[in-house]
Design a protein around this ligand. Structure first.
Ligand code: NI
Length: 223
């Protein structure tokens, strides 16, 4: 076997294992009857809602690698955007920051994440300038094109470059939803654009009032 053939074979096997693990995660995960539908839930689309989110490994504004498991035990308030955004992103991030302020000490149990889908321009250095404008607690995350494509797919985020007028920097069309993820990393609810910080606070307090769910049982071993 040539070296190239070996590499291709190994990559192919790894892809097969990863694919199998992904399918197992989606099909074997038991429905949790304890999960209620808070206000703003994708009503009637529960299976879609339950599948929002997933693992990620990205780099924060200090250049430190962070993954979703780092935040287990706390809620994640997740927003996808880009720092060049003239209006929508700053507006939503301001609502998030206001909600965190209103939460007072409970804010310690919530991790606000800003994940860029413009890694070409949004380097850790750029994020370090940007996120503190909204909140000291906010974590900005960026990564490779591939990592960003994966996390945006997991969260069902749409984004596309929109060419600016001659010489102007490009803008991006994108969905603008804030996701609230549970202590176990699973989707709880989302907030639509131009919502009120008060509604975010109410949903967060509802989620915090629930006892932490025990870790999911391991999927049954496959024959
Ligand atoms: Ni935006």
């Amino acid at each position: 076997m040539s070296r190239t053939t070996k590499i291709v074979l190994v990559v192919w096997i790894l892809a097969l294992i990863a694919g199998g693990a992904w399918v197992a995660r989606d099909t074997l995960r038991p429905e949790d009857p304890q999960r209620e539908a808070p206000k703003g839930f994708f009503s009637g689309e529960n299976s879609l809602a339950a599948s929002i989110g997933g693992p990620f490994t990205l780099t924060d504004q200090n250049g430190v690698e962070r993954n979703d498991r780092d935040f287990r035990g706390r809620l994640m308030l997740v927003y996808f955007g880009y720092t060049y955004c003239p209006d929508v992103c700053p507006t939503e991030l301001t609502v998030m920051a206001t909600a965190l302020d209103q939460l007072g000490t409970d804010a310690a149990q919530v991790v606000p994440l800003f994940i860029t889908f413009d890694p070409e321009r949004d380097t850790p250095k750029v994020l370090k300038e940007y996120v503190p404008q909204f909140s000291d607690k906010m974590i900005g995350l960026t990564g490779s094109e591939r990592d960003i494509a994966a996390v945006t797919k997991a969260y069902r985020v749409y984004y596309a470059k929109s060419p600016g007028s001659a010489g102007a920097p490009y803008l991006m069309d994108h969905t603008s939803l804030v996701y609230l993820m549970g202590r176990d990393g699973r989707f709880l609810t989302h907030f639509t654009p131009n919502g009120k910080a008060e509604d975010m606070v109410a949903a967060i307090r509802t989620a915090l009032a629930k006892p932490p769910t025990p870790a999911s049982p391991a999927p049954p071993a496959r024959p």
